[in-house]
Design a protein around this ligand. Structure first.
Ligand SMILES: Cc1ncc(COP(=O)(O)O)c(C=O)c1O
Length: 410
């Protein structure tokens, strides 16, 4: 094979090669994700193209990642400009972009004192947070039923799904799971032995589950009563996805630790563990590290994403389109749609029957990328730049997609 990257890229994006790539996939890539449903070779704004030249409307954004859609010109020029100037130096040294991004992220918390540890993913951001909780001298952590925090051993210990967890036990920490959204259960579980309570403001992987109004305020109060840290995992919900930089801050809550990733780099791997107050001083030299975390290219990607979200008013746009989506889906008045839930552009369509995976396949065949976090839940997490017309094209198609699947399953 040639070593010329442009030739490699042209060969890989050549049409008619889906079957060959999928055949080679199973021989060369570990089977942790199941068989891929498509081979994508190109993206532009809210659209993707597969290796056979078919176009799709991307309503998933690579799992809530591509906030600005694909190949966004500002991110593209920021990333390529930075890698042409300075790509990587290690964390023995500082770079201006890293500090600028840290300042942008800490200001989102609203805290007077806050500091960032940069990572390459949400899981790693949670690992850094986990270490901060250990610095309290306590080791018990309260997590919630349905929680997802990642797949490394530390993050997995906090993830509720037993199918993911049990094969890898023993896992670190003494982790207690309480029902999500139940403030009384949380109050009963937290005492002076608890280092931290870790919560997603909305459980994305569990099917976009929104807790009752006031739950996060109660969680803050409970943590304060017992000197426990409140750790908000905003890996999926943060950086504009739900119409605010951070959902918990939008709800008037201050956290001790906040983790973000996904939408921050628009596809460039970048995550951050942001700690406030004393927690921001908990880790010292030698207590944690990362070769790539916060490198200049990752930092400029994050800065570019934040700048575009701000410049183009995408927080308000996400809120408005989330409202439009909810109203339009409810307006379908479809017998198999029982409701919607979510915030901004992280939304779930709830189905009366467990046909969501088949609807996802039907949607893909019709040119729409969505997913099914639960058998009766469709998740939509489109790019924040999506237009009303693009969203409507999916909403118009949804009833017949569901009807056809329901007919086949009868
Ligand atoms: C709330 C939450 N935390 C952590 C993670 C793990 O992030 P990553 O896949 O970037 O490691 C995810 C991923 O879905 C997530 O939704």
């Amino acid at each position: 094979m040639t070593a010329d990257p442009m030739t490699i890229s042209r060969e890989l994006s050549g049409s008619g090669s889906s079957t060959a790539v999928l055949e080679a996939y199973s021989e060369s890539v570990m089977n942790t994700f199941g068989a891929p449903k498509r081979v994508f070779v190109r993206g532009e704004a809210c659209h993707l193209w597969d290796a056979d030249g078919r176009r799709y409307l991307d309503l998933l954004s690579g799992l809530a990642v591509n906030a600005l859609g694909h190949a966004h010109p500002t991110v593209l020029s920021a990333v390529t400009g930075q890698i042409a100037t300075l790509g990587h130096v290690s964390n023995f040294f500082a770079t201006p972009g890293q500090v600028a991004l840290a300042e942008r992220l800490t200001s989102m918390t609203g805290a007077d004192e806050a500091r960032v540890f940069f990572t390459n993913s949400g899981t790693e951001a949670n690992e850094a947070a986990f270490k901060i909780t250990r610095m309290t001298g306590r080791s018990k952590i309260i997590s919630t039923e349905g929680a997802f925090h990642g797949r490394s051993l530390g993050a997995l210990a906090l993830t509720h799904n037993e199918k993911y967890r049990i094969p890898f036990e023993p896992l670190p920490g003494e982790v207690i799971f309480v029902p999500f959204g139940d403030a009384d259960a949380l109050a009963s579980a937290v005492d002076q032995s608890v280092a931290a309570v870790v919560l997603e403001p909305i459980q994305g992987e569990n099917g976009v589950v929104v807790p009752p109004e006031g739950y996060l305020v109660k969680a803050r109060e409970i943590c304060d009563q017992h000197d426990a840290l409140l750790w908000m995992d905003e890996v999926q919900t943060g950086i504009g996805r739900c119409g605010s930089w951070l959902v918990h801050v939008d709800q008037g809550i201050a956290a001790d630790i906040v983790t973000v990733a996904k939408g921050l780099g628009n596809g460039f791997p970048v995550g951050a563990c942001i700690a406030t107050g004393p927690a921001s001083r908990a880790l010292g030299p030698g207590s944690h590290g990362s070769t790539f975390g916060g490198n200049p290219v990752a930092a400029i990607a994050g800065l570019a994403v934040i700048a575009v979200i701000e410049r183009d008013g995408l927080l308000d746009h996400a809120k408005a389109l989330g409202g439009h989506l909810t109203a339009a889906i409810q307006g379908l008045d479809h017998r198999l749609i029982t409701g919607t839930r979510g915030r901004g552009l992280l939304q779930a369509v709830l189905l009366a029957e467990p046909i969501a995976p088949a609807v996802v396949d039907a949607a893909l065949a019709a040119g729409f990328v969505i997913n099914a976090p639960r058998p009766d839940v469709l998740r939509l997490a489109p790019p924040l730049i999506i237009s009303v017309a693009e969203l409507d094209s999916f909403i118009d198609a949804l009833p017949s997609l569901i009807d056809n699947v329901a007919k086949e399953s009868m």
